[in-house]
Design a protein around this ligand. Structure first.
Ligand code: F6P
Length: 388
C-alpha cells in the first residue's frame, strides 16, 4: 500500500468498526522514540484531516508532519478523507513517507476537503470518538479555518486528543500573523490585477476586480496595494461611492483614462449590503456564499459616473494551483510544530505564527473573533490613493 503511486490509486479504507481491534493507547512504553523506531514499535498513531475550503500549502503541512512524525518520533499516520466527513464515514488512507514524497510542492490537498459540521450531526461527537478509538488513533491533527477548528475544540473538550493548524487564504484567524495560502492567493490576485491594467488602459475602461476573503479585507488590501489599484475597498470600511467615483474621475482628469478598482467579496454595497449568490444554500456552518459585488459595483459606477466599466470575479483561481515558496515553507513549519504539539500533548491548542516564531495558543482564542484590518491598514490605503 506504500509508495506515491499506490497513494494515488489507493482506495479509501472503510473497515467495520466492530471487527477492528482497539489500539492500546493507555499503556506507555518505557522506550524513547528512537528506541521505538529501532524496535519497529509505533510511538503514536496519528490521524490528519483537512477541512473547509482548500488552500495552497495544505500538502506542505501534511508532508512535514508525517516526515518528522515517522523519522523523529517513530509515529504511524492515517489521513481521513474529505475533512470531518471522512471521520464520520470511517474513510481514510494510510500516510507514509513514500506516499507523501513531493506533495509539499502541490496545491489542493491529497486528503480532499468538505465543510462538514460534526456539531450539527446528531451523535456526531460520539461517532468521531468511536471511529478514532476503533482505528487506534492516539492523536488528531486538524488543518482548517475557524469552522473546522470549532469542531476540533469541541472534540478536545470531549477528551479527544487533538490539535489544530490554521488554514485559510482569508488570513483572518485570530492570534496568527499569517496563514499559509494567503501569500499564494495574493500573488494570483496581484498577477490578475497587473493584467487588468493593460487591457483597461487599452480600452479606457474602469475594471472592477472582486477578490475573496469573506468578511476580512486582507486579500483585497494586499493585492490592491501590490497591484497598484486606484481604488481598494475592504469589508471593514463602509463604501463611500462618491469617494470611489472621485478617485476614478481623478485618473480620467489627469491623463490616465482608466482605473482599477479592487473590491473584497464581503464589502457592503451602499443600500444593498453584502452581495450573496441567491441560488446558493448556506453551508453547514451558516455562511452565505458571498459573490457578485464586483458586478454590482461596476454597474453602479457606470450608471453614476458614465465611464465604461467591466468587472471580473477571480473566485477560486485564488485558491488553486501550486503554493508560493513562502506558503510551502510556512506550511512545512506549521506541520513540524503540529507533530511536536502532539508529542507534547498540547491538546486543544493551535499552531500560530508570531513574528518569525511558530508557537501555539488555545484554539478557543484563535476562533473567538476574526482577525480583520484596522486603522493601520486603512491608512496605507488612504495614503496611496489620489488626493481628491
Ligand atoms: O474561506 C475561504 C474562502 O475561499 C472564502 O474566501 C470564500 O468566501 C469561500 O471560501 C468560498 O467557499 P466555497 O469554496 O465553498 O465556494
Amino acid at each position: 500500500m506504500c509508495g506515491k503511486e499506490s497513494l494515488m490509486r489507493v482506495r479509501p479504507v472503510t473497515i467495520p468498526l466492530d471487527t477492528r481491534a482497539l489500539h492500546c493507547t493507555g499503556v506507555e512504553s518505557a522506550k524513547n522514540p528512537v528506541e521505538k523506531i529501532h524496535s519497529g514499535e509505533v510511538a503514536m498513531r496519528v490521524a490528519l484531516l483537512t477541512g473547509g475550503g482548500d488552500c495552497p500549502g495544505l500538502n506542505a503541512v501534511i508532508y512535514a508532519a508525517v516526515k518528522k512524525g515517522i523519522n523523529h518520533y517513530g509515529d504511524e499516520f492515517i489521513g481521513f478523507l474529505a475533512g470531518w466527513r471522512g471521520v464520520l464515514d470511517n474513510n481514510w488512507i494510510p500516510l507514509t513517507l513514500d506516499g507523501t514524497d513531493g506533495i509539499q510542492l502541490k496545491g489542493g490537498t491529497i486528503l480532499h476537503s468538505s465543510r462538514t459540521n460534526v456539531k450539527k450531526v446528531p451523535g456526531g461527537i460520539e461517532k468521531v470518538q468511536e471511529v478514532l478509538r476503533a482505528n487506534g488513533i492516539d492523536a488528531l491533527i486538524a488543518l482548517g479555518g475557524d469552522d473546522t477548528q470549532s469542531v476540533t475544540l469541541a472534540l478536545s473538550e470531549h477528551g479527544i486528543p487533538s490539535v489544530g493548524v490554521p488554514k485559510t487564504i482569508d488570513n483572518d484567524i485570530n492570534g496568527t500573523d499569517t496563514t499559509f495560502g494567503f501569500d499564494t492567493a495574493v500573488s494570483i490576485a496581484t498577477e490578475a490585477i497587473d493584467r487588468l491594467h493593460t487591457t483597461a488602459d487599452a480600452h479606457n475602461r474602469v475594471i472592477v476586480c472582486e477578490v475573496m476573503g469573506r468578511d476580512a479585507g486582507w486579500i483585497a488590501y494586499a493585492s490592491g496595494v501590490a497591484g497598484g489599484a486606484h481604488v481598494i475597498l475592504v469589508p471593514e470600511k463602509e463604501i463611500d461611492i462618491d469617494h470611489v467615483i472621485a478617485l476614478i474621475k481623478y485618473n480620467y482628469d489627469h491623463g490616465k483614462h482608466y482605473a482599477i478598482v479592487v473590491v473584497a467579496e464581503g464589502c457592503h454595497l451602499p443600500e444593498v449590503g453584502q452581495v450573496v449568490n441567491p441560488d446558493a444554500k448556506r453551508d453547514s456552518f451558516g455562511h452565505a456564499r458571498l459573490s457578485g459585488i464586483g458586478e454590482a459595483l461596476a454597474s453602479l459606477i457606470e450608471k453614476k459616473a458614465g465611464y465604461e466599466t467591466r468587472s471580473v470575479n477571480l473566485g477560486h483561481t485564488q485558491r488553486g494551483g501550486v503554493p508560493t515558496a513562502y506558503d510551502r515553507t510556512l506550511g512545512q513549519r506549521y506541520g513540524l510544530h503540529a507533530i511536536d504539539m502532539v508529542h507534547e500533548k498540547k491538546w486543544g491548542r493551535i499552531a500560530v505564527l508570531h513574528g518569525l516564531d511558530i508557537t501555539d495558543i488555545p484554539i478557543k482564542e484563535a476562533i473567538a473573533t476574526n482577525r480583520r484590518l484596522d486603522k493601520r491598514f486603512f491608512d496605507v490605503i488612504a495614503d496611496l490613493e489620489a488626493k481628491v
